[in-house]
Design a protein around this ligand. Structure first.
Ligand code: PLP
Length: 410
């Protein structure tokens, strides 16, 4: 160990290793020692086939392989190539045609969009709202730029979306803050798999309309990372028109990601898309977010921007991509249902689940239980309020086996 500490902590709590990668490494080690048939690694946040191999849509891969060097080697403009900016709006909105003023700015994945929203729609020291069950990197992203996360309770005691808690938290924070960023990860929320229902959305719109009367700026971020793995694409986009009922000082921003939808995780491509009530607000969004991109990652990688632009310029290719994804989505939905069915049989309580990559189990001692399960070869992720199982990374047969293992360990 060196006697020097050179890096500044800057009020961050930096662990020695990333928790999920640490667990995953232990799973790999056990596979090497005892064999793959003795281990279930349900920690990974990518869609894997039943044998544990990454699923890559072949229709997307073909576009990749047909590229010219300039398509992937060249710089893209800071806000993204023009064809991508149009294509990504179509990808995010589906058949919905917004009346609001929309602008899309390319970002390195959904992560980049989240970073840019926090950096530009809140101030240093501000608190950002999301639900108590949430994707842990929100904290890291906020902490990196001197913000922090404040949570509301996602569910009421009777397992309904807790809009009252959202309202109470928003009103409280706006007493001290001039602006507020709220992140809702839906549909197919990570880590619970919950999707806001149309009624939940009506409540959110009502709460924010009321809260906005204070005249402050609110950015409502819809983290749509899993939108195309929830179920029918059109059905799960039906909440979008409701966002246009929000008052002018509430700006809906879609944090869109190509990671899951196009199985392009490593190409780091996404976009932030605003739905502004006025052109001034959408122009400001574009100008400010592009400026901020320049000062953080400069331009985003071009490769997936070109891929998405090609897919959206060729109807038959788009159909092929959507059909191929639908096949894997059905596989994923079957896995989630299998888990739920078996959980019900052994009386294992899960957090309200709809669809997606993950299922969560509430419990008081997640670290202890996951350590116990690791010894039996089952690797899952302990969270603050429970355990997260990635149904995206294990077969349906394994999804059926593990609820009983978890129940027995509790
Ligand atoms: N939001 C949530 C809830 C996620 O789980 C992820 C990825 O796992 C992302 C956003 C962003 O992913 P990416 O930056 O790869 O697009």
């Amino acid at each position: 160990m060196s006697e020097y500490i050179l890096a500044r902590k800057n009020e961050r709590n930096i662990p020695l290793e990333d928790k999920i990668f640490g667990i995953s490494n232990r799973a790999k080690k056990m596979i090497a020692e005892k064999g793959a048939d003795k281990v279930i690694n349900a920690t990974i946040g990518s869609l894997l086939d039943d044998e544990g191999n990454l699923i890559v849509l072949s229709s997307v891969d073909k576009v990749f392989r047909d590229m010219d060097p300039a398509d992937y080697a060249d710089y893209a403009p800071i806000g993204g190539i023009p064809a991508f900016r149009e294509a990504v709006k179509k990808a995010a909105f589906g058949s919905f045609q917004p009346k609001s003023f929309t602008e899309a700015v390319a970002t390195p994945g959904g992560t980049g969009a989240l970073r840019n929203v926090m950096a530009n729609y809140s101030e240093p020291g501000d608190k950002i709202i999301t639900s108590d069950w949430h994707w842990a990197p929100y904290n890291t992203i906020a902490g990196e730029i001197g913000r922090s996360i404040e949570t509301f309770s996602l569910f009421t005691d009777d397992r309904k979306f807790n809009y009252e808690s959202l309202k109470e938290t928003a009103v409280r924070l706006l007493e001290d803050q001039e602006s507020l960023v709220i992140i809702l990860n839906t549909p197919a929320h990570n880590p619970t798999g919950y999707s806001l229902t149309p009624e939940d959305w009506d409540k959110v719109v009502g709460v924010l309309t009321e809260t906005a009367q204070r005249g402050k700026a609110i950015a409502l971020v819809i983290d749509a990372a899993y939108i195309d793995f929830a179920g029918d694409e059109e059905e799960y986009r039906k909440f979008l028109p409701k966002l246009e009922k929000l008052p002018e000082n509430v700006l809906p921003i879609i944090a869109y990601s190509l990671s899951k939808t196009y199985t392009l995780y490593g190409t780091r491509c996404g976009a932030m898309i605003c739905m502004a009530a006025t052109k001034d607000i959408s122009d400001e969004f574009r100008r400010v977010c592009e400026y901020s991109s320049r000062g953080s990652w400069s331009n985003s990688a071009k490769v997936a921007q070109v891929i998405l632009s090609r897919i959206y310029s060729d109807e038959s290719l788009l159909r092929k991509v959507n059909e191929e994804r639908a096949y894997y989505r059905n596989m994923l939905l079957d896995r989630g249902r299998a888990f739920e069915e078996e959980a019900a049989k052994v009386d294992l309580e899960t957090v309200p689940f709809d669809a997606g990559f993950f299922v969560s189990i509430p419990c008081d001692n997640p670290d202890e239980i996951s350590a116990k399960l690791e010894k039996q070869g089952l690797f899952i992720v302990p969270l603050a309020k429970g355990l997260r199982v990635s149904v995206a990374s294990i077969s349906e047969e394994k999804c059926r086996r593990i609820p009983a293992m978890i129940k027995a360990a509790m």
